[in-house]
Design a protein around this ligand. Structure first.
Ligand code: ADP
Ligand code: MG
Length: 242
């Protein structure tokens, strides 16, 4: 089914921007109804050609009926440029950032995320921005939803803005495939299990203080994350917890 496009006026766009319920780095999120939201990209961050690239990616993900992401309802355009899109919203979904999970709850989520990332890769989608506020957990069902899918690489359509550590990984290993999923999920695993931010986790890998948390194979992964090996083999720390 083709993705519907809704043309809006500059006044409507200004209204959505002024009445946001959430703010991302790249966008304003406007609550449109009890079960839909509109994401409008910030003009000062996203160029028109990036917006059109995002639109093409959204169309592909919509056609593939990609799961584990919000359902895309329609794109929005102003003067023939795509400026954002409408998607499903479920108020039982809460960002991992504030989800009250204990260690075993976190481990469960991390394992599910690994499966979902494999599924995305099989569907031609590489998701670079694995972090607390982009991942939602439904407190009724436990289902995981990845937000911010418009910044993925879809087939040969590039991601738009590379998060810092994904960019570092790409510079170092030149891989923008499932290995990137593994690196970013491993970094996320460290931040989740030790309640730290990405910057701090990166520093601590260097000090060796995570060693005791993992089996021998996990230690090899930590070494690769520390940049002491020429290759990155794309395994998951979550499989080697002690
Ligand atoms: N479909 C959604 N349902 C619930 N919350 C959402 C949804 N989409 C986005 N959000 C919330 O809004 C924030 C910003 O959206 P996101 O798509 O990540 O924008 P950005 O590209 O600006 O980072 C997210 O971190 C998430 O917490
Ligand atoms: Mg985001």
């Amino acid at each position: 089914m083709t993705l519907k496009n809704i043309k809006i006026t500059a006044e409507q766009k200004a209204y959505y921007e002024a009445h946001y319920m959430d703010l991302g780095m790249e966008s304003n999120i406007y609550r449109n109804s009890s079960n839909t939201i509109i994401k409008i990209w910030k003009d000062e961050v996203i160029t028109n050609s990036q917006k059109e690239n995002k639109k093409e990616k959204l169309v592909k993900m919509h056609e593939r009926k990609l799961k584990h992401m919000p359902t895309i309802i329609s794109t929005y355009s102003l003067d023939d440029v795509c400026i954002g899109y409408e998607m499903s919203y479920d108020e039982d979904d809460i960002p991992m950032l504030i989800a009250p999970l204990d260690k075993s709850g976190k481990l469960k989520v991390l394992k599910k995320m690994k499966e979902i990332l494999h599924y995305f890769a099989d569907e031609g989608v590489i998701y670079p921005d694995i972090k607390d506020d982009n991942i939602l957990i439904n407190y009724r069902t436990g289902n995981i939803t990845f937000c911010d899918m418009d910044n993925s690489k879809v087939d040969s359509l590039p991601r738009d803005i590379y998060p810092h550590y994904a960019a570092n990984f790409f510079k170092r290993y030149g891989q923008e495939d499932i290995a990137l999923h593994s690196y970013m999920l491993n970094l996320y695993t460290l931040t989740e299990l030790t309640d730290t931010w990405q910057d701090e986790a990166i520093m601590r890998i260097g000090t060796g203080e995570y060693q005791d948390m993992f089996t021998e194979k996990g230690k090899v992964i930590l070494k690769q994350m520390k940049k002491v090996t020429p290759q990155y083999n794309g395994e998951y720390l979550i499989d080697y917890i002690k």
